[in-house]
Design a protein around this ligand. Sequence first.
Ligand code: PCA
Length: 319
Amino acid sequence: MKHVLVFATAMALATPALADKWDMPTPYGDSTFHTQNISQFADEVRVATNGDLDITVHSAGSLFPHAEIKNAIRSAQVPIGEFFLSRLSNEDAAFGIDSQPFVATSYEEAAKLWDAQKPVVKALLAKQGLMPLFSVPWPAQGLYTKSEIATVDQLNGLRFRAYNAALEEFATLAGAAPVQVAAPDIAQAFSTGQVQAMITSPSTGANSSAWDFLSHFSPINAWVPKNIVVVNIAAFEALSAGNQKAVKEAATKAMARGWEMSAAEAETKTAVMAEHGMVIYQPSDALKAGLSYIGATMLETWTAKASDDAKSILDAYNK
Ligand code: PCA
C-alpha cells in the first residue's frame, strides 16, 4: 500500500513535466520524400520544445490505413496526420481540384492553385475540428506502361492502378479498368498482374522500382496533387503557447522544404528510372490531345458537383 501511495505521489508530481506524445500516421513509406520531410518536421518540433512535444511518425499506413487517417484525426484517436488531399473529394469538390487533369501542371501553377484553394479547404476542415498545418505537392504525374503509348486508345482495356476517385474517373474515360492500389502495394499489384499501367510521380515510380514490371514512362505532367498535414484543433489548443508556436514554425519550414524536395525529386527520380533502363518519351500530339479531352470532360463533371465556394477556387486561380 505504501509503495502504491509513493508511486502515485511521484506520478502526480511528475505529470506536469511529462512530454506530450503525438502519434502521426502517414500512408507513405520511409523512402518517400514526404515521409522524410515530416520526420524532419517532428525532429525540429522535438528540438524546439526541448523534447516537450514528441511526435512519432508511423509510415506506410502502419497505424491507420489511408482511408481512415482523416477520421482518426477528427475523432482525436491521433492528434496529427498526413494524407492525400484530393482523397477527400467525395466530401467536397474543393478538396479535389488539384487532381483535375491539366488545371495546374507546374510547381508555379500548383502554388497559385494552393493559394486559391487554401482558404476554402481551411474552412471546410474547421467544420470538422481540423486545421491544415502545411501542404506539399508530389512531382507532376506521369504515365507508366509496358510499351510506348501513342494515343489514348491504346490504354483501352488495361487494368489501371488508381489512388483516388479522379484517377478512377480518368481511367474509365480512357476505356481502362481502374483498380485501387495503395502506394506501398504497387510492386506487388503489378507483379501479380492485378494492374498493368499507372499514373503517378517519378518519386512513387522510382520508389516502387517501376523498372521491375514496367518499361515506359511519359512525363505527361497531367496534375500536381498534394499531401496535407492536418491537426486536431482541440489537441493543438491543448498544447502550451510555446509548443503551439514551435509546431507552427516547424510547419512553415516543412512546407518550404517539402516544395523544394518535390522539385528536386522530379528530376532525380526520372533520371533513376532512365538509369534502370526505362524508356522516357515525350507524349505525342495525338496523346496530348486525347488526354486534354479527358481532362475537359472531367472538369465539366467537377464543376457540376462543385459548391460556389469550390468554384470560387477556379475563379481566383484563373484570374
Ligand atoms: N504518389 C502517390 C500519390 C501521388 C504520387 O505521386 C501515389 O502514387 O499513391
